[in-house]
Design a protein around this ligand. Structure first.
Ligand code: NAD
Ligand code: TYD
Length: 361
């Protein structure tokens, strides 16, 4: 049975990945979730897996070398899937240092701990050990509006925000470990994810939340920046497929042909929520395009991201399965039906949930 060490498993993508892996493999794998629970970590996302004998949660900081070494010493880890990071561009603009600490130093700590645990005396590695570093397409910088321009694995790095610069640095460290120590790893660079359990600081859940509260819907700049949206479960599947079928030491870009302008997304959310709300619901009257408010643009705002997922398709057979028009409806419906989750997140109640669940452990 393989043992996975997942970092950042209480966050948006990490929790979707853990839920996906248990749905796929059931009792055939073991997962240890290591998360320090920042504002973005929420164990309520993992309610469905909490009672499992083959799931363990450990609250620890990926920068804490002793704590991470101890986890490797006490468990025979086969796979690391490294999600833990500070992930929000706007926060990186106001407070860059914590991004460097978590994303760069934290990744260095994870690499070092895994290498120490896995390396044989002759510099080879124990059979079957693999590290997957989860990264972003934002490391490649920004594309112009030419619809034939895409990010490829060979595109030079050109990060602009402190977030993407810190992720680019962490990618470089992983590359350095692979080149220098033949460390068994892969990097995946993924486009913008959407789906359940995303913290409402990111565009889609923020707009859904504000729309249901009748608040203004802030659109940065002219609203025409483009992101390439990927349904989070498709990303989870890609990560698993890269670890199972990918060539070691390779980078795979994950995303694909779901490019949308921000303003289109905001309008789709309004339209879809209006369909969900009963005519008698007082929120419906106010939920119109009038809520859209153009606000000052983000500093250094990247214009367009778009991935051509040719390599992962050709080598591994992965391609996105969820059409944006279906995925966005499913996502909006999920937030609509899980307003209690949103209430807990926005009120900070999920910290109380942690106390309740873990105070005696
Ligand atoms: P998130 O902010 O929702 O979750 C991050 C998780 O990491 C949280 O649970 C947080 O508590 C944990 N964490 C933060 N600092 C930590 C530390 N020092 N030690 C231990 N745990 C810590 O992020 P996300 O959107 O789920 O992104 C996960 C990964 O995927 C990140 O590496 C991000 O760069 C990458 N990524 C995200 C997207 C996206 O659209 N969200 C796209 C491409 C790549
Ligand atoms: P975001 O979800 O923060 O992801 P990223 O910056 O990593 O792509 O933002 C997605 C896009 O939406 C980005 O172009 C910025 C824009 N945006 C808004 O227009 N308004 C908002 O309130 C937010 C959070 C983002």
């Amino acid at each position: 049975m393989k043992t996975y060490l997942v970092t950042g498993g209480a966050g948006f993508i990490g929790s979707n990945y853990i839920n996906y892996m248990f749905k796929k493999y059931g009792n055939d794998i073991r997962i240890i979730n290591v998360d320090v629970l920042t504002y973005a970590g929420n164990l309520e996302n993992l309610r469905d897996v909490e009672g499992r004998d083959n799931y363990t949660f450990i609250r620890a900081d990926i920068c804490d070398r002793e704590a991470i070494d101890k986890i490797f010493a006490e468990n025979d880890i086969d796979r690391v899937v490294h999600f833990a990071a500070e992930s929000h561009v706007d926060r990186s603009i106001t407070n860059p240092e914590v991004f460097v600490k978590t994303n760069v130093l934290g990744t260095a700590t994870m690499l070092n701990a895994a290498r120490k645990a896995w390396e044989n005396e002759d510099g080879t590695y124990k059979e079957g050990k693999k590290f997957l570093h989860v990264s972003t397409d934002e490391v490649y910088g920004s594309l112009d509006e030419d619809p034939n321009a895409f990010f490829y694995e060979t595109t030079p790095y050109s990060p602009h925000s402190p977030y993407s610069a810190s992720k680019a640095s962490s990618d470089m460290l992983v590359k350095a470990y692979m080149d220098t120590y033949k460390f068994p790893a892969n990097i995946t660079n993924c486009s913008n994810n959407y789906g359940p359990y995303q913290f409402p600081e990111k565009l889609i859940p923020l707009i859904i939340h504000n729309a249901l509260e009748g608040k203004k819907l802030p659109v940065y700049g002219d609203g025409k920046n483009v992101r390439d949206w990927l349904y989070v479960e498709d990303h989870a599947k890609a990560i698993d497929m890269v670890q199972e079928k990918g060539r070691l030491f390779e980078t795979y870009n994950v995303g694909g042909h779901n490019e949308k302008q921000n303003i289109e997304i905001v309008k789709t959310i309004i339209d879809t929520l209006r369909e969900e709300l009963d005519d008698s619901d007082p929120r419906k009257e106010h939920l119109t395009y009038d809520l859209i408010t153009y606000v000052t643009d983000r500093k250094g705002h990247d214009r367009r991201y778009a991935i051509a997922p040719d390599k992962i398709k050709a080598e591994i057979g992965w391609e996105p399965e969820t059409m944006f028009k279906d995925g966005i409806k499913k996502t909006i419906k999920w937030y609509f039906e899980n307003q209690e989750w949103m209430d807990h997140v926005t009120s900070g109640d999920y910290e109380k949930y942690y106390e309740k669940m873990y105070s005696n452990r």
